[in-house]
Ligand binder design. Structure first.
Ligand code: HEC
Length: 180
């Protein structure tokens, strides 16, 4: 009886965890452009800033205007800010690769294309390398890697972010589509 109960509990736990995993799979909410503006753009800018300023240097005080952002602006500082930005970019691939994500023009983001996956993989790899360099607080290395980061953005944009014809050609590449 006891053994049976244990087995049942174990099955329950397994089924439960699979169920929980599925429940966390939320459908995409924003367009790809919104993810780019909200996540890729601000976080890559934090990393690009490293070329011009030492993340460890003390920050200028933000004016006390009572906003929450300015009040807490000094809580996370230094290299940790760069580390976090790099991690968000590395993890960002799972957001831009979410099936069903629309682009601004209504097309679906081409997440099943082989080259798209390669470009987003490049983003993850370079962001991970930046994260490692940020842990080492190596400003020169992060500075060098920002070139690779900009290149990783450009490589995908060249193919998939066409501004031709009022951006109606965006998200329309000619790469190989992988089977489901
Ligand atoms: C795997 C492909 C891919 C990668 C990598 C990528 N982008 Fe994008 N990006 C796109 C596509 C496609 C669009 C157009 C989205 C749309 O129209 O909905 C876009 C749009 C944008 C936009 C919005 C432009 C507008 O219309 O306002 C910004 C900003 C942007 N990307 C920044 C970046 C930055 C910065 C990086 C690198 C850190 C990056 N992207 C990496 C594919 C990519």
């Amino acid at each position: 009886m006891r053994a049976a109960l244990l087995v049942a509990t174990m099955i329950g736990v397994t089924a439960g965890s699979v169920g929980a995993q599925t429940a966390l799979e939320t459908p995409p909410v924003g367009t790809l452009a919104q993810i780019m503006r909200g996540i890729y753009f601000p976080n890559s800018n934090i990393i690009f800033d490293t070329q011009m300023r030492d993340p460890a240097a003390p920050r200028e005080e933000k004016g006390a205007d009572g906003t929450v952002s300015n009040t807490f602006a000094g809580i996370y500082t230094g290299w940790q800010v760069v580390e976090n930005a790099a991690l968000v970019l590395a993890e960002g691939a799972s957001l831009i690769n979410k099936p069903g994500r629309p682009c601004q023009n209504g097309r679906l983001a081409p997440v099943q294309r082989y080259d798209w996956l390669r470009y987003s993989r490049e983003m993850t790899d370079v962001s991970w390398a930046i994260y490692q360099a940020a842990l080492e607080k190596d400003q020169e290395k992060v500075g060098e890697l920002t070139n690779d980061l900009a290149q990783a953005c450009d490589n995908c944009h060249e193919v998939y972010r066409s501004n031709a014809q009022g951006a109606s050609l965006r998200c329309l590449g000619s790469g190989i589509i992988l089977p489901n």
